[in-house]
Design a protein around this ligand. Structure first.
Ligand code: F6R
Length: 363
């Protein structure tokens, strides 16, 4: 049931602090990750892993894109990420020592399942499914599984399934690094242990974000910007807005702005940007000035320590400080809340957007 919430999506957004605890439960020990969370063969398979291919659809694909930044940076393994409906019709070249990973909330997405079946003929060292539904086809047919424990997700627009996938992917990153005898990344493990409470603080911005949503209700387009691991978060923010409020939204890595999309920016185009305190911040700030100089209306979700100040045409929503590695998780939440409130204002069917189904079991 929805309890005190108006929509399932809203309930599922607010469940995130507790399901983030659930996905971590029993999978960390002290300042280290427990590699065996991925099953008895994980240690050996991760040791052999020299690159990773991750396949998924939709929101799950955006989680895969974040994992690419994490696995390359913290586990030093090259990663390829692709949507399942493209992968399965290509002729993929699979170098020795490749691990095949699928991500799926339902575990029944037709293209993802077909990609797994195809991959099994291609000589991967093993297959791993990160999935939310126990006993689903994807889980039954993979060598290793990690359940995301988000509980049933009823809203068609995925929220808690996405953030728990991200936590699972960070556990994967730390496990591959550890199995290969690299760093244990104790500071990230520690940050994971406080993640749930930091997310709670971000959700407390709800009424501030609700106010902000009024600026979007009459708009027909929106642009989302992010850099690095926050580019996929910008993509996910744009997808949520499209799905439930039917506002056309696009996401760009901020550095691409001047290569085309800047032509779209005028006072009618809200631009949403995620600005965590990372080494790309200074670059991002200059991208934001490019928008401002064209009269664009900016909405910046920023680390409270970075000192981006509200000015004419710039609204700043300050987020709590978080370990750089986990920032993509945190910055997802205000974007979910934003699209939720815009959809409520527009009066669309938040939980069951037109033309969409929760589980896409057709190709
Ligand atoms: C978007 C959304 C979809 C799913 C996609 C894959 O909010 O929910 O894009 O993410 O259909 O579904 P799963 O993860 O079940 O394979």
């Amino acid at each position: 049931s929805k309890g005190d919430y108006r929509h399932y999506m809203q309930k599922e957004i607010f469940e995130q602090p507790s399901v983030i605890q659930a996905v971590l439960e029993g999978r960390l020990s002290g300042s280290s990750v427990l590699v065996e969370s991925f099953g008895p063969d994980a240690q050996v398979l991760f040791q052999k892993t020299r690159q990773v291919h991750i396949i998924a659809c939709g929101t799950s694909y955006h989680a895969a894109m974040v994992a690419r930044y994490w696995l390359e940076r913290y586990a030093c393994v090259p990663v390829q990420v692709e949507v399942a409906s493209e992968y399965r019709y290509r002729h993929p070249v699979v170098p020795e020592g490749s691990l095949f990973v699928t991500l799926s909330q339902s575990g029944e997405t037709a293209d993802t399942l077909a990609a797994l079946r195809f991959a099994k003929t291609l000589g991967y060292v093993g297959t791993l499914a990160i999935c939310n539904v126990p006993g689903s086809s994807l889980v039954r047919e993979s060598d290793m599984t990690l359940m995301t424990r988000a509980g049933p997700e009823i809203g068609v627009a995925s929220t808690k399934a996405f953030t728990t996938q991200l936590v699972a992917l960070m556990l994967l990153t730390l496990s591959v690094s550890k199995a290969k005898g690299q760093e244990e990344h104790a500071s990230i493990v520690e940050a994971l242990q406080t993640l749930s409470s930091v997310c709670e603080q971000a959700l407390a911005l709800d009424s501030q974000i609700e106010q902000l949503s009024q600026a979007f209700a009459e708009k027909h387009h929106a642009l989302f910007l992010g850099r690095g691991a926050h580019y996929p978060i910008a993509l996910e923010g744009a997808l949520k807005l499209k799905e439930i409020s039917y506002i056309h939204a696009e996401a760009y890595p901020a550095g691409e702005l001047k290569h085309g999309p800047l032509a779209l920016v005028d006072s009618e185009m809200p631009v949403i940007s995620v600005a965590p305190n990372d080494d790309l911040l200074e670059k991002l700030k200059s991208n934001l000035q490019e928008v401002r100089a064209r009269g664009g209306q900016l909405f910046v979700f920023a680390d409270k320590n970075v000192g981006i100040k509200p000015e004419d045409n710039i609204q700043v929503i300050e987020l709590p400080h978080i370990h750089e590695a986990l920032a993509p998780l945190l910055y997802t939440l205000p974007l979910q809340l934003l699209s939720y409130h815009v959809a409520v204002l527009k009066g669309t069917d938040v939980d069951q957007p037109r033309n969409l189904a929760k589980s896409v079991t057709v190709e």
